[in-house]
Design a protein around this ligand. Structure first.
Ligand SMILES: [Zn+2]
Length: 222
């Protein structure tokens, strides 16, 4: 007697067993891929955000949500969502079901809220994590990342808020980058993705926080 370790179906002959390939087995193997690991991580984070018992892989591979979380894993990577835990918590708080997490309108709703409602230290934490990752990848000091990045990459990083205006607008190195390393068209694009008008108001409204953020920015020689 042969038994599939994934779906527990029993087979009398080895030939039938060898020919057998079930969804669970395909999915279990998918979970070992990078995308699969992300999908499973986000599935668990969804339970954690709702304070429910964290499911295991066996639960995930038979879940109706399996494909949804794979789609979300692709979306999160494509959009460069910098802190998926924060994103998932926001969705749970606003009772948005996972099948909508990769809807562009929902994504924009989160991005708007991220600018307006999240405290400066969350922005700083995310930005410093990004800068650390970039400086390692480019093998340069954290304070020198702007002189090593192409303007088009900087635009993407700002758009996705891997780099937050909370840090950028208080950074001398970023000001120098805008002055010396980009052309007029790129500068306009950067101001657009920052949403400069909105951010002038955000900084003005929270100006008491500025000295502390400046201190952190100076620590990185940014
Ligand atoms: Zn099977």
């Amino acid at each position: 007697m042969y038994e599939c370790e994934y779906c527990k179906t029993k087979f009398l002959t080895e030939m039938n067993f060898d020919r057998h390939m079930c969804d669970q087995e395909v999915r279990m193997k998918e979970l070992d891929t990078k995308r699969g690991m992300s999908a499973f991580k986000y599935y668990r984070a969804w339970f954690e955000a709702r304070r429910l018992r964290i499911p295991n892989k066996d639960t995930f591979v038979v879940s109706k949500m399996y494909n949804t979380f794979f789609k979300f894993a692709v979306f999160a990577k494509d959009m460069g969502i910098p802190d998926t835990t924060l994103y998932i918590k926001f969705m749970v708080k606003n009772t948005v079901m996972p099948a909508h997490w990769y809807n562009p309108d929902i994504y924009n709703y989160f991005m708007d809220s991220f600018d307006k409602d999240y405290d400066p230290m969350t922005h700083v934490r995310i930005t410093f994590t990004s800068i650390e990752r970039i400086s390692k990848a480019l093998d340069c000091k954290m304070g020198d990342v702007f002189s090593h990045l192409h303007p088009s990459d900087v635009i993407k990083l700002i758009q996705s808020r891997n780099l937050s205006p909370w840090v950028l607008l208080l950074s001398k190195k970023f000001a120098a980058f805008l002055k010396n390393d980009v052309n007029a068209e790129e500068r306009k694009l950067i101001e657009d993705v920052i949403k400069l008008n909105r951010w002038e108001i955000i900084l003005e409204n929270q100006r008491s926080q500025i000295p502390e953020i400046k201190k952190y920015v100076a620590q990185l020689d940014l």
